[in-house]
Design a protein around this ligand. Structure first.
Ligand SMILES: Cc1cc2nc3c(=O)[nH]c(=O)nc-3n(C[C@H](O)[C@H](O)[C@H](O)COP(=O)(O)OP(=O)(O)OC[C@H]3O[C@@H](n4cnc5c(N)ncnc54)[C@H](O)[C@@H]3O)c2cc1C
Length: 451
């Protein structure tokens, strides 16, 4: 072992681990990171590539929508040129499980959080405008559409650029180097063995996404997750739609994104329980068929076979309740109090869209262990090191309430639905007063003419 230990060794170079390394290095800590594959090549690369608050969480986990929109604003400021504004059209047909008024109510609620991430207010479109904006979309039964916007991001580049930023701040990053063992001195974790080297550390941060339980087990600890796998179909080098779409899936229980991007057109994701071992996660023929049939409900002409598929496991925290109500909240776990293993922290759960604040929470916890109370500064400079301008102040969701509601799924859903119920009443009153007019194509084009 080297005699001079790192302050922090991070395991996992997805967007979260890269964020932890950057945050710690910017605070002046001695940091090393080990990633067994390519930076961002795990779950991060398999995501839908959206920096978003998650409209659907408004139905059962409102404070997650709030939290992710809040941190997305920081990501928009720091990762600027990796992000493209993506207008998303949500077409509503006769017989859909959610009608125009319900969908518009949902997006009116989303509008409350959109300014935190520089999102624009939603639009309601006439059927005619919808068909002009999305040529080839099925006309029969179309009642209109709602439009909102998210940020498309090159997710793997976000992780790689975050790691580059960490390196410039002094971190050492070892990619294609797996952590083979966690070094112990008695119960205490004292480092990581990786690539034939012993990296001694005062604190080890496990940021291995869906692999956190596997990594924690290397130290005799554990962190059970509720892994939910998600597949996308990919048509490479093809822009099959001019804007993003969110469409009701063939089983009417879920929605599926259709995302045009520089990586091609992506359709997905599915959201079904995956194996406990993320390495065993595979796309099945049923998933391909489900996504194909879902998109073909809306387009008479859609290419037969995708060029590729990609699958990942959502690293969702272990929690009670049905799959439909799983919270995307994150938490930093101290294995000293949890499993009697000092020196090991795990950052678990969360989304790419709040990776910066997740990293900050993990490094805050590491600093408390190191007895070095410092403040995170990742929001103050871009990934390429330029200062960020004035940062607007938005209220954060109450952390205590958020944690409490994570443990009580039905109360969490009731909390979300209470807000939506009140919003639906207000929406219907405005609609009755003629205050929710539908827009035409010109208004849509004007709104999205500029970034
Ligand atoms: C289908 C799907 C769609 C999603 N869409 C979105 C979205 O649009 N927006 C959003 O915000 N979030 C989305 N998410 C969630 C988001 O992708 C994840 O929350 C995020 O990418 C997790 O990043 P991570 O760094 O924690 O995990 P990962 O990206 O998985 O990184 C963990 C890393 O640890 C490494 N590792 C594992 N074991 C070891 C070891 N022993 N030694 C060294 N390295 C190791 C792995 O190789 C991996 O690179 C989606 C998730 C899925 C599955």
């Amino acid at each position: 072992m080297s005699a001079d230990p790192y302050d922090v060794v991070v395991i996992g170079g997805g967007v979260t681990g890269a964020g932890v390394a950057r945050d710690a290095a910017l605070r002046g800590l001695r940091v090393a990171l080990v990633e067994r594959g390519e930076a961002g090549g795990g779950t991060t690369a398999a995501s839908t590539h959206l920096i978003h608050g998650g409209v659907r969480y408004l139905l059962y986990d409102r404070l997650t929508t709030h939290a992710t929109c809040w941190d997305s604003g920081h990501i928009v400021r720091t990762a600027g040129d990796l992000l493209t504004r993506l207008p998303i059209v949500w077409p509503v047909y006769r017989g859909h499980s959610r009608g125009l008024e319900t969908v518009e109510t949902l997006l009116e609620e989303y509008d409350r959080f959109q300014p935190m991430k520089y999102g624009r207010p939603h639009l309601r479109l006439t059927p005619e405008a919808t068909l002009k904006i999305v040529p080839g979309l099925k006309a029969e039964g179309l009642r209109g559409a709602l439009v909102f916007d998210e940020w498309w991001v090159d997710a793997q580049a976000l992780a790689a650029r975050t790691l580059d930023s960490a390196r410039r701040a002094g971190a050492e990053a070892l990619v294609r180097v797996p952590a083979e063992a966690i070094l112990r001195d008695g119960a205490r974790v004292v480092g990581v063995r990786a690539g034939g080297r012993d990296l001694r550390a005062k604190v080890v941060v496990n940021a291995a996404g869906p692999w956190v339980d596997k990594v924690a087990r290397l130290a005799g600890a554990s962190l059970p997750l509720r892994l939910m796998k998600g597949t996308h179909l990919i048509w490479k080098d093809q822009k099959l739609v001019p804007v993003g779409l969110l469409v009701e899936a063939v089983d009417r229980g879920r929605y599926v994104f259709v995302v045009p991007s520089p990586l091609g057109t992506w359709v997905g994701p599915t959201d079904i329980p995956g194996p406990d071992d993320p390495d065993a996660t595979r796309t099945t023929a049923d998933e391909v068929d489900y996504l194909q049939r879902s998109v073909r409900l809306y387009f008479a002409k859609w290419p037969e076979k995708p060029d590729a598929t990609i699958v990942g496991s959502r690293p969702i925290l272990g929690q009670p309740g049905s799959e439909k109500l799983l919270s995307r909240d994150f938490e930093v776990f101290d294995h000293e109090t949890r499993d009697g293993v000092p020196g090991l922290l795990t950052i678990g759960g969360g989304k790419m869209s709040d990776y910066r604040v997740m990293a900050e929470a993990a490094v805050d916890a590491a600093c408390r262990k190191l007895g070095a109370e410092t403040r995170g500064t990742t929001q103050d400079s871009t990934l390429d090191g330029k200062p960020v301008g004035p940062i607007p102040v938005w209220p954060r969701p109450p952390r205590g309430l958020k944690r409490f509601l994570r443990r009580h799924p039905y109360l969490r859903e009731a909390h979300a639905l209470a807000h939506l119920g009140a919003a639906l009443g207000a929406h219907l009153a405005r609609r009755a007063a003629g205050l929710c007019p539908a827009s035409g194509e010109d208004e849509f084009r004007a709104r999205y003419a500029a970034r």
